[in-house]
Design a protein around this ligand. Sequence first.
Ligand SMILES: *Cc1c(COP(=O)(O)O)cnc(C)c1O
Length: 357
Amino acid sequence: MEISFNPATEAQRRPRPTDESKLGFGSIFSDHMVRIEYSKGRGWHDARVEPYGPITLDPAAMVFHYGQEIFEGLKAYRAKDGGILTFRPEANFERMNRSAARVCLPELPVETGLAALFSMLRADADWIPKTRGTSLYIRPAMIATEAGLGVRPAGEVLFFIIAGPVGNYYARGLEPVNILVEEKYVRANKGGTGEAKTGGNYAASLLAAKEAKDKGFDQVLWLDGATQSTIEEVGTMNIFFLIGDELVTPPLGGSILPGITRDCVLHIARDRGWKVSERTIGIAEIRSAAADGSLREVFGTGTAAVISPVGMLRYKDDTFTVNGRKIGEIAKQLFDEITGIQYGEIPDRFGWVRRVE
Ligand SMILES: *Cc1c(COP(=O)(O)O)cnc(C)c1O
């Protein structure tokens, strides 16, 4: 598919951040965006890179009423040689298509998504910050734009990509977070939408996160929807435990988001010959591992933070402190290896990096 380019005029250019040490997350956006339209019968058409700007929709657009929306999250990194690197972007577009299938949105050919993304990155190349640890966060999304209140899959859809520079998540070092094990709300159930990256899952999680924050916690740990006794995810990240010498994470059973960072950790850990398991973990097992001292590390994985160490877990009236609230050795090694590959500093032995030419 041909991708047209309509460059932003001087007046359409957006204010640039001046201080890369003060970049936050998700509040500044670059000059350009991608749009690709879909209509039933015609398929995907009118792919373009154009100035960043509002999307005008009919108030009856289905996304506003029934939440037919999916998204992705990935980053572009500035290599030492000045080049632009992306990390496993095809995995994001493949996952987006699995999410699309779950909520009856059309699949976008992976090569079309990649070509559009790369065109946009070339247009906004000078938006990619240069300081180590900073990056350009990329947000592809797909929404049902057809106007109509009948409940059915929309026949008109918009795919778009926006992006913006984000700061070093760990400007102050890898600070372990405090987690509340959630007992009242659940995130997902088997057969639901837990494994799709769809906005509705986030809407459903806000109240739990808010109540946990009000109690002084950073995130919640989700338990399974049916029995609330086995571990699923932490906040918007996958979760790993180092119990004795076993690195363990819950299996992708249908209710857990198949994280790309999770997959990287599994690859690296297996490649290093560590003992790794994808298996069901009861909260009771974590409680006893904490009690007998075998719970050595806990960390979340996701694109934004890469590896987020957990310093403390609260379950009912019990508080489990992890590794003296310090970052663990395994978490540190994984963080260094993944970010080293992302910034092109260490050999890309798994073939994960795609350079924007
Ligand atoms: C995106 C996401 C993750 C992490 O996925 P990555 O591909 O590693 O960024 C984990 N859990 C949820 C609920 C997510 O939405």
